[in-house]
Design a protein. Structure first.
Lengths: 295, 513
């Protein structure tokens, strides 16, 4: 199994690297550190354009080597420099080339303002990556945790959850970590739910959570630790904050139904969770890539 | 999961996307020529250089355009030959270091950096001037246009433009080719319409001067003093600066054996013809008198289109012309930051400048420090010149011509010396590696020497002087002298480059002693 880390020699790049190491160790995967450089396709200026790519690539390789040197010995690591107009596009190309199972990036932007928002590359990936995308929250680089402790899978009620569940089950089986299934119920008075009362919505969520728990259990080896929780709150943010979170937890969410099949599209629920959570989040595409999807 | 991924991988490999991420072979003859034209920015160039040339040579302006074109054309071949053998983003700096050693190389690199700094300041100034002209015309408030001539407002606006451009460049944001195509098309169309309408005015007899065309305008060898001729040529050299880049598109072209040559030729012909057409048209329309709309009028000479746009094209047409020149200057301001920063990056990487210059921003993957320095130095330079000179635009263009002669000239000779072992191995080499660079280099050297001498006389610039010696002299020779001093400081601080240590390893077998 290979994991791609989209790396920049910035704090958020180090966040992504730290999460990559943690995931690689948990899953027994190999890390591929990738930097994507802007190709020198800009207009020829007043001097010739040769050689600039090389200087840039050399510098990028230097950053990658320094980053790879910080990866502990028990994790196998390779480095790659590639060129693309967009960092996100370059990472997606690399993930196809290296047959990576997931892309790992630091979620936060860099710079003074960007620290509290999602970085531009991350945001682009959230709307286009064909493989699961792992997002390291700000500050992951300082964490001492070396393995994933527990996988939490946030399941919705609507279509598209099956692949998410299957991926979560597979991931927690590969990592030999417990799996926690959660169903988040936001009880805000939205149109259409006005007539229903909170109790009925809660009942439906509970029944749904029970069903998914049964489905998950069927795939797991006998005695695999799986729990199911339902939390509610006036908003998704409040609901997700009610859960107990520990260092080393990981949350997996599905992508929005609005997204194109087999491409990520961060749904509104997931986006809200990302804002309040301090644990890494893995966003799983709605459908698996199939043979017919090849370009 | 692996099977579909494997196939995806294979498909991408077949599509050639994996290798370097670059879609090779995209530039064709036409787009190559467009890229070349966009790097010359004809709208901006013409408005900045016509006044200087007319002030020096009057009606001989078209001839001077041809005279300036010749050395630039010949030297461009030196660039092409060097670039195809030893591509390097240090360009002139790297090549002249390899050919003549660290001292000449350093001074050549310095000239290149300063030339881009000067042109950045000029571009920003033109952009500011046309920005206010455009706004004034748009809201019909002529007083707004005068803001550009208020020194304080002018300096502040220019610094704001420079700051924005530096910021954009340091973030690695560049104009796409598509935008450049539109800009170039727009500029060329507006210039063409301008020239045709101006000539039509002459035909109808309602032009202020209404001169009829004279073939003698194209003859540089009659009725010109050497000094005037050379000053004119420095302006014209500036006008042709930059188009040689379309000769260096080689490897990215659709057909590397034919496309670059054709693109270069198409670009050169287009530019030369456009210049000649516009030059002839404005002379026929306005004449070279020193009063009214005459091109020799000092009030108009630094910015000819500003004065002629309305009379020739009317209010709406004038507005469009302002917009074209403004867009041309802004786009060029943006693209010119790249070579400025990269030249410094290369000099930093080879140890000729402090190592800090070679830094690449880990976040934006651009030479951030060099870009910032380019912006800051340009701002300081512009502010200083604005406070000293009455006509910044004119003086900066004159100084720029001197600087271009310096480093293009060195590069031309560097080409001959670099290839000295193979100059006479084939007829092609004799022409492109020896004769063309030699003649081009000799002309540039002659122009450099004479223009340094002429620039001491304040009458040949805007009239600004320090201690009776023209400001242009200080901006030309003075800055080169400052470079020599800085070079000695650098040698004392980090001698590795000057002991031939940092660049020697990359010298090609042919030139190893």
């Amino acid at each position: 199994m290979r994991l791609i880390v989209g790396y920049l020699a910035t704090p958020s790049g180090d966040d992504g690297l730290a999460l990559g190491v943690r995931l690689a160790r948990t899953l027994g995967a190999q890390l591929d550190l990738c930097i994507v450089l802007p190709p020198d396709r800009v207009l020829p200026g007043l001097v010739s354009i040769g050689g600039y790519d090389e200087i840039l690539a050399e510098q990028a390789q230097g950053w990658l080597d320094a980053a790879a040197a910080t990866v502990p010995d028990d994790v196998e690591v390779a480095t790659h420099v590639s060129f693309s107009e967009s960092f996100a596009e370059g990472l997606i190309t690399e993930s196809a080339r290296l047959q990576a199972e997931a892309i790992v990036v630091g979620a936060a932007g860099d710079g003074l303002i960007g620290r509290y928002s999602i970085g531009s590359v991350t945001s682009e990936l959230l709307h286009s990556a064909p493989v699961p995308l792992a997002l390291a929250p700000r500050g992951t680089r300082h964490s001492k945790i070396d393995r994933v402790r527990e996988v939490t899978c946030a399941l919705g009620r609507r279509e598209g959850a099956d692949l998410l569940l299957a991926t979560a089950v597979r991931a927690s089986a590969a990592a030999a970590t417990p799996l926690r299934l959660v169903s988040l119920v936001a009880l805000d008075p939205m149109f259409g739910t006005l007539r229903g009362d909170g109790e009925a919505a809660r009942e439906r969520a509970l029944a749904h959570a029970r069903r998914t728990l049964d489905a998950a259990k069927a795939d797991l080896p006998e005695g695999f630790p799986v729990t199911s929780t339902i939390t509610d709150g006036p908003s998704v943010e409040a609901a997700v904050n009610k859960l107990d979170w520990h260092d080393g937890d990981l949350i997996m969410v599905g992508s929005s139904r609005l997204g194109a099949p087999r491409r990520l599209f961060l749904g509104s629920t997931a986006a809200k969770m990302l804002r309040v959570l301090e644990v890494p989040m893995v966003v799983v595409p709605r459908e698996q890539l199939g043979v017919e999807d090849l370009p | 999961m692996t099977t579909p991924d494997e196939q995806l991988h294979r498909a991408e490999e077949q599509a050639g996307l994996v290798s370097k991420g670059l879609a090779a072979g995209k530039v064709g003859t036409f787009s190559g020529a467009i890229l070349g034209i966009s790097s010359v920015a004809p709208g901006y160039t013409l408005t900045a250089s016509i006044g200087l040339i007319v002030a020096a040579v009057g009606l001989k302006m078209p001839a001077i355009f041809i005279a300036g074109f010749i050395p630039m054309f010949l030297t461009a071949y030196a660039y092409r030959e060097l670039n195809s053998r030893a591509p390097d983003c240090g360009a002139s700096f790297t090549w002249s270091t390899k050919a003549f050693g660290p001292y000449v190389g350093w001074m050549c690199g310095w000239g290149m950096v300063i030339a881009t700094i000067i042109v950045l300041s000029n571009l920003a100034a033109i952009a500011v001037e046309f920005f206010y002209l455009f706004i004034a015309e748009l809201v019909n408030q002529p007083s707004i246009a005068d803001l550009a001539y208020n020194t304080a407002v002018n300096i502040i606006s220019t610094l704001v433009f420079l700051g924005l451009a530096t910021f954009i460049a340091s973030r690695g944001i560049t104009t796409s080719e598509r935008v450049q195509y539109i800009l170039v098309g727009f500029q060329m169309l507006v210039l063409l319409v301008f020239a045709v309408v101006a000539i039509a005015h002459v035909g109808r007899g309602d032009a202020p001067a209404g001169l009829s065309f004279d073939l003698d305008w194209l003859n540089p060898f009659s009725g010109l003093a050497l000094g005037a001729f050379v000053i004119g040529v420095t302006g014209s050299i500036f006008a042709f600066w930059g188009w040689d880049t379309c000769l260096t598109l080689g490897e990215e072209s659709k057909d590397p054996t034919k496309v670059p040559g054709r693109a270069g030729l198409l670009c050169v012909t287009t530019i030369l013809l456009t210049y000649l057409l516009v030059a002839v048209a404005v002379m026929m329309y306005a004449g070279v008198g020193e009063e009214g709309l005459g091109l020799g009028n000092e009030e108009n000479s630094s910015n000819v289109f500003a004065a002629l746009a309305d009379p020739v094209l009317g209010t709406v047409g004038g507005l469009v012309l302002y917009l074209a020149v403004f867009a041309s200057a802004v786009a060029s301001l943006q693209t010119t930051f790249l070579p400025a920063a990269r030249a410094m990056l290369a000099m930093g990487a080879y140890g000729a400048f402090p190592k800090k210059f070679a830094e690449v921003s880990p976040r934006f993957l651009t030479p951030s420090f060099s870009t910032a320095i380019a912006g800051i130095v340009t701002g300081v330079f512009y502010t200083a010149v604005s406070l000293l000179s009455e006509s910044v635009l004119l003086d900066t263009i004159a100084a720029l011509g001197i600087m271009i002669c310096w480093y293009y000239g060195i590069t031309a000779f560097a080409c001959i010396w670099y290839f000295r072992r193979e100059l006479f191995t084939s007829a092609r080499n004799v022409v492109f590696k020896f004769v063309f660079p030699l003649v081009g280099g000799l002309i540039l050297a002659a122009v450099f020497i004479v223009s340094i001498k002429e620039s001491m006389n304040p009458e040949n610039g805007s009239g600004a002087s320090i201690g009776g010696i023209g400001l242009v002299f200080y901006m030309g020779f003075g800055i080169l002298f400052l470079g020599a001093v800085l070079m000695l400081v650098m040698r004392a601080r980090s001698p590795a480059f000057f002991k031939d240590r940092t660049l020697r390893s990359s010298v090609l077998p042919e030139t190893v002693e």
